[in-house]
Write a new protein. Sequence first.
Length: 760
Amino acid sequence: MNDNTLAAQHQARAQAILDQMTLDEKLAQIVGFWDKGDGEAVAPLQGEFQEATTFTGATRHGLGHITRAYGTRPVDPIERAAWLWNEQRRIIKETRLGIPMLVHEECLTGLSAWKAATFPTPLSWGASFNPELVEKMGSLIGESMRTLGIHQGLAPVLDVIRDPRWGRVEECISEDPYAVSVIGTSYVKGVQSQGVHATLKHFVGYSASQSGRNFGPVHAGKREIADVLLPPFEMAIRDGGVRSVMHAYSEIDGVPVAASAEYLTDLLRNQWEFDGVVVADYFGVAFLEKLHQVAENLEDAAGQALEAGVDIELPTGDAYLTPLRQGVEAGRIDESLVDRAVLRALTQKAELGLLDNTFEDEPPSQIDLDSPEHRAVARQLAEEAVVLLSNDGTLPVAASPSKIAVIGPNADRISAMFGCYSFVNHVLAVQEGYDTGIDVPTMREAISEEFTDAIVNYAEGCDIESDDTSRFDHAAEIASDSDLTILVLGDQAGLFGRGTVGEGCDRDDLELPGVQRQLAERVLATGRPVVIVLLTGRPYVLGWALDQASAVVQAFFPGEEGAQAVAGVLSGRVNPSGKLPVSLPRSTGAQPYTYLHPRLGGDSDVTNLSSQPVRPFGFGLSYTTFTYSDLTVSATSTDAPVGVSVVVTNTGDRDGDEVVQLYVQDVFGSITRPVAQLMGFQRVSLAPGQSATVTFTVPPHRLSFTNAQYTRVVEPGQFVFWTGHSAGSGDISATVTVTGDVYEVAPNATLTTSVSVEYR
């Protein structure tokens, strides 16, 4: 049976159920219910909304979604699974139509459940440039979800980073839309390979907010949205087959996305032919009234969101229950809009097998959510994502020092390893009396284990964000008495002001929080070798550190195995191979900045200020060296692929991984074009002296852009292709002329650059 036939059967099954439903039964299928208590603030303004019913009362007509059954508070997974199976059986037995609930959870850095593996944050996925490994991680997450009776995960985040001041940067993959597209789509494929659904967040524009403020208005033009912000969603839908999309909280040019038929229906469904479900970001429908003030009341908000194309209100039914019922019964809202949403919701349940699931099987009696396989993937991803920003030869540490000073506010904190949507920082931060449920070594512990012959002395030095400098003297004292100081600085991820980065934790500047820079300068003044390790969720202004420290190591919230990964880089057990997924900013005042700028978006003779980053996109040092040679680019026409091949050689004395990056500049265009644009990438592993020929086949879509008539085209002309170690490093280049007429790219065009590797 082909996919189209199966889809038709699912929809027919859903339609047959819809034809039997009362209005109350319909509304029940397009809302969620969240069993949460006081103080469990894990979503914006959730205290503004109060459910006026119990869970049993909420399910009397059935229920569309149960919200975060495992991820709201620490619950034993086996006990909670038994509860969930019993509730599914009860609903099947006690409701007229017997439709099970769809269970959704957060799963951005692993399943958000107590005792579940916590992987590196998405910025680390980007730094790894390893979509195959990200897909494997997604598969493990999906397997855990399926085993626990969870059907839908609220990830990945496909927002393209536009301003590092924005708090949710740590949830994002990269500032490059193609890297976000490929890596995010790989995550989708991994999760959905296990028979559960992924959800794309946040469609669209959220990361381009004014001043990098959460929920800020988006002033991006249609071309920027089309060429930068939309491509990751298009690839995840067309190539990844994702089944769920979440609308963004933001407005674009005055229209909240939750009320935008232009994006949620015209583009998403009519142009891209997406036939899954659109879910609300938490309370996003109600926010049309409470925050955006484009709806007079919740009934109006419900009508606007339904008409735009929001099928499911999450996490609760503030607008889609009583207010929507009143609007339908009074004739102010067309019931056919409700029917459209319900049909999509029921079709999704049919796809997931829920309409045939009686839950007569037994729930899991044992499960390992943090198995050796989970940890092996977490370790590999963390190792491949560590970025070496500078090194004067101090690293790798050639011989074990007799004394090591480990200093800094992130040196001995478990939560420093994790992002905002980790269970540790998202849930346990507002709970008391629970351990992490998983083994998470700190940097202090990992360094002690890595350098077993050394005496390791520790000083916190300062807090993450306070102004207290009273512990500086002790930190400087132990640094002065050590052969090597490892200074561990960075962020604390949190929610709505409870951290230095994370949802609702935006910043006015990009200096390290609190007095961490002053601590670093005090320790550096001792004159002893100092290696700075950064555990952060965003790039910071670090020019001073790159100039003064012996080495600087960047890790973006590297997860449960992150400390061992970083310690391995310090010792040389791990050869660093991570590359910056975001530019390392020169200053706060240069923001927003992206390497995808046109000529006048960078340095030039017409301004006295530099915006050039101190480390470019794609940068990362290694303990070996790589050279590029024999670049060939095939001449072609506007409607044909471009073939590019290059030889990369490990010219150093140890094994290493190189991320081969292919860039292009469209020399002349009918609109301004970026000075550099990533066309493809490939991680290769090479022994000393070994070479590999990497061949890229670049489809026309990769060379296209949205022209003045808002049509996606490839224009003839000169294109400069180059490969190198970063966007700012054209090690070897070639210019070709693309001939032919202006080519309008077809809607079903190939989106991905294919890559092959031949090792020599």
